[in-house]
Ligand binder design. Structure first.
Ligand code: SAM
Length: 438
């Protein structure tokens, strides 16, 4: 791996743009927009942002104007796609889904990025859309042209952009944002979680230098290219939930206006990108590849390989206990799916210990049981590959989401922050338990 100290990773981003990876929507088994990103990570992020966006859209409409969005480290405009594709959850199965933010309700989307290649790709992706703008800016220094703009309703980031900033630079930018924003504005942080199973060597970090560690996007490159050792490595700041809360307290004090953590969650706990590369010490099956396969049409996934069998190191301790509990839940669902698909019928409520299972595990098993019962009789198409396996993927990932509590144990650590003493966003989820019971 080529060591590089450029925290903006400009070589990686120029190369990935040149390869077309930042063009609008591609999906599949591998790559930037693989199935896990498309069907789970983007969806989960949209679910979490829905109540905040809904509140902000209503507030800007009440003020007689459109919504104003600033995207920090915008890449080629992925934040625009995230925000404008949030479906209303109205139970409707109609042909055209309704979205929380219709593009006609948007006054401006301004994307800021350090990489000229990204800014140029963003302009290409959204050519002809008069309310979508891109500008080059270095967030280590300031908010670039956005500082002279009227306040925004949402100051967003997606997929690790702000992990490129040191803790001090992020703190400075947040203070600037809180001073720039009106009360009620929403700030979205999307950082890398330091307690992810992808990098056990980062868990015990205590100094700032130890929390800023090497990272590469090698998973976007072919195996042969990785083997050349020429893929760029750059430093990122890895975060825990507690550190994000402390950061917000410091920012509130300095800006003399509260910055409140309204929602925080761990995204991609067992399916982070580097679980499969093993580059930073992960010792698990290639779970991202396997879950991508569960989502894939007409492909049967070898379920035995999907079991984690997580065994903590001798020393134990946090977050290993948490991973053991989550791993037990995951494996229970995988084994159940396997047994049901080999024709065994299992009366769930008669399982030993059923009443003591965590509710998210019970829900996962019951859902899967129902799905299999409902569709197993269908004799056209590949029912296992096209109906049951995608549902197994959703059941597993949703269960982990219901068990997490935003501690930093996923690849991504996502936080929705509100500026000022605004009322909590309608429908924002209540805090969850910190760990899964045994
Ligand atoms: C992992 S990409 C995420 C891009 C996009 N937000 C997405 O969701 O796919 C991180 C982005 O942060 C940008 N970036 C890195 N350092 C930056 C800085 N100091 N100021 C502004 N942008 C930066 C990179 O150029 C890159 O486009």
């Amino acid at each position: 791996m080529k060591e590089d100290s450029d925290p903006s990773a400009s070589r990686t981003y120029s190369e990935t743009v040149a390869r077309g990876l930042y063009e609008r929507s591609r999906r599949g088994l591998v790559g930037k927009h693989d199935n896990v990103r498309t069907y789970w990570e983007d969806e989960l992020t949209r679910n979490a942002l829905r109540p905040f966006l809904r509140t902000r859209v209503a507030a800007s409409a009440a003020a007689g104007r459109g919504l104003r969005v600033l995207d920090l480290g915008c890449g080629a405009g992925q934040g625009y796609e995230l925000l404008t594709q949030i479906r209303e959850q109205d139970g409707s199965l109609e042909e055209q889904p309704r979205h929380v933010l219709d593009s006609t309700e948007l006054d401006v989307y301004l994307g800021l990025d350090l990489s000229e290649a990204m800014v140029a790709q963003g302009r290409t992706n959204y050519r002809g859309m008069h309310h979508v703008h891109f500008a080059q800016a270095d967030l280590r220094e300031d908010l670039g042209p956005a500082a002279a703009e009227p306040p925004f309703d949402m100051y967003c980031s997606s997929y690790g952009s702000l992990s490129h900033l040191s803790a001090q630079h992020l703190e400075d930018r947040l203070v600037q944002i809180v001073r720039h924003a009106r009360p009620g504005a929403v700030v979205v942080l999307d950082l890398l979680g330091r307690l992810s199973l992808e990098w056990p060597g980062y868990w015990q970090a205590s100094t700032e230098a130890e929390k800023t560690r090497p990272y590469s996007m090698s998973y976007l490159f072919a195996e042969e290219e990785r083997a050349t050792g020429q893929v760029e490595t750059f430093p990122l700041r890895f975060w825990t939930g507690r550190e994000v809360r402390e950061l917000c307290s410091r920012v509130s004090e300095q800006a003399q206006q509260p910055l409140h953590v309204a929602e925080m969650f761990d995204r991609s706990i067992f399916v982070g990108r580097h679980i499969d590369t093993g580059e930073y010490g992960a010792q698990l099956p290639p779970l991202r590849r396997l879950v991508n396969s569960l989502f894939e049409h007409n492909v049967h996934t070898p379920l035995a390989e999907l079991e984690i069998g997580y065994a903590p190191a001798q020393s134990g301790g946090y977050p290993q206990g948490l991973f053991c509990q989550l791993g037990l839940c995951w494996d229970s669902v995988v084994r159940f799916a396997h047994q049901r698909m080999t024709g065994q019928r299992i009366a769930l409520v008669e399982l030993a210990g059923w009443r003591d299972f965590p509710a998210p595990l019970q829900m996962a098993l019951l859902t899967l049981d129902r799905v299999i019962d409902s569709v197993a009789w269908i004799d056209v198409g590949d029912v296992r590959a096209n109906i049951i396996e995608p549902q197994l993927a959703y059941v597993l990932l949703r269960m982990l989401h219901r068990l997490q509590s935003g501690v930093g144990c996923g690849h991504g650590l996502v936080a929705a922050l509100t500026v000022g003493p605004a009322p909590a966003a309608e429908g924002a989820s209540a805090p969850r338990r910190a760990s899964a019971p045994a």
